[in-house]
Design a binder for this molecule. Structure first.
Ligand SMILES: C[S@@+](CC[C@H](N)C(=O)[O-])C[C@H]1O[C@@H](n2cnc3c(N)ncnc32)[C@H](O)[C@@H]1O
Length: 307
């Protein structure tokens, strides 16, 4: 009878255990999560939501294994005590989210083509969160098609904080499935198909690759190794990771880098009007400098809107 009661109790506890409460390789306390949150926010501006605890654990557990450090506490102590430690790069790379695709949010590209077509002067377009390269190469393809040549009078500067994705981008090699939605003619024009050991892969043609320069750039950093004036800035699906004051500061720094008629492209869920008075909406998630910043929009000094 006692055994039966024990078994019932055990079954009850098993039933009540939340799914995520499995035995973990490393202890990961709420305090560890708070420390990670503060460090990545300070370093990269990324604001991690409470719901990201499991994601943070699994991504950083790999770093603990790679470094041979046996606890989150020691790992984080080491990072905090050595601001120049090489592990900072791997820590940051581990916590970025790099989802992207060729011609993502496709309505932006005809707008870019109309904006540049027919211009004679040399143009520069900045793609400031370029991830694995699909976005800057889509911009470069658009430039080639707008001018009907593989040598348009334009160049793309593609930057990201994450050095892993920049390597992938710079190599320009992708699984052929990444081109699934691209018309066959366009794919043939801009990519070479791998054979033999490279079967299933495609490589960006060298002429297209030449149009793009990749560099590391942290949008939070005081030094940006880019200089305008830009004809367009693509800042898509990165501001969503930042809090409003950070977004506002970054947008305030974009404005002086842009030509007066330059375009600023945002991600589908990003609205820059709420955080900056420097821009006006020109179309769906496309902005231009506002010649009369903030006029009639109830914005305060410094570009932050009263909520
Ligand atoms: C979701 S991806 C968006 C990629 C692309 N812009 C697009 O829309 O498809 C976000 C990118 O922002 C980068 N990122 C995050 N924080 C950053 C920062 N502080 N400075 C520069 N890039 C950052 C990440 O490394 C990641 O590659």
């Amino acid at each position: 009878m006692q055994k039966q009661n024990e078994m019932d109790r055990e079954r009850m506890t098993l039933v009540r255990q939340p799914k995520t409460d499995t035995v973990k390789e490393f202890d990961f306390t709420p305090r560890d999560f708070e420390r990670v949150r503060a460090l990545i926010h300070r370093r990269a501006g990324i604001a991690l939501a409470d719901s990201k605890q499991e994601m943070v654990y699994s991504r950083l557990a790999r770093r603990l294994r790679a470094t041979g450090i046996r606890s989150f506490q020691s790992y984080l102590d080491q990072l905090e005590s050595r601001p120049e430690d090489g592990e900072w790069e791997a820590f940051t790379n581990a916590l970025t989210t790099n989802l992207t695709s060729f011609f993502r949010e496709s309505h932006h590209f005809p707008i870019l083509a109309d904006h540049v077509r027919g211009r004679k002067e040399q143009m520069t377009i900045w793609c400031c969160a370029s991830s694995t390269g699909e976005e800057p190469y889509s911009i470069a393809m658009t430039l080639c098609e707008a001018f009907g040549t593989m040598t348009p009078p334009a160049h793309v500067i593609a930057t990201d904080i994450d050095t892993n994705v920049l390597n992938t981008a710079s190599n320009g090699i992708y699984g052929i499935d990444r081109l699934e939605k691209m018309p066959v003619e366009q794919a043939k024009r801009f990519f070479l198909k791998g054979k033999g050991a490279q079967e299933g892969l495609v490589r960006v043609r060298p002429e297209l690759r030449q149009l793009v320069t990749f560099k590391q750039l942290n949008l939070l950093s005081d030094d940006w190794p880019v200089s305008g004036p830009f004809d367009a800035i693509f800042c898509r699906n990165v501001m969503i990771y930042f809090d409003k004051p950070t977004q506002s500061r970054i947008l305030a720094r974009f404005a002086p880098l842009m030509k007066p008629d330059a375009l600023l492209f945002a991600g589908h869920s990003e609205n820059f009007l709420y955080v900056s008075d420097a821009f006006r909406l020109r179309g769906k998630t496309v902005y231009q400098l506002d010649p009369q910043p903030g006029k009639g929009r109830g914005l305060t000094r410094g570009g932050l809107k009263n909520l």
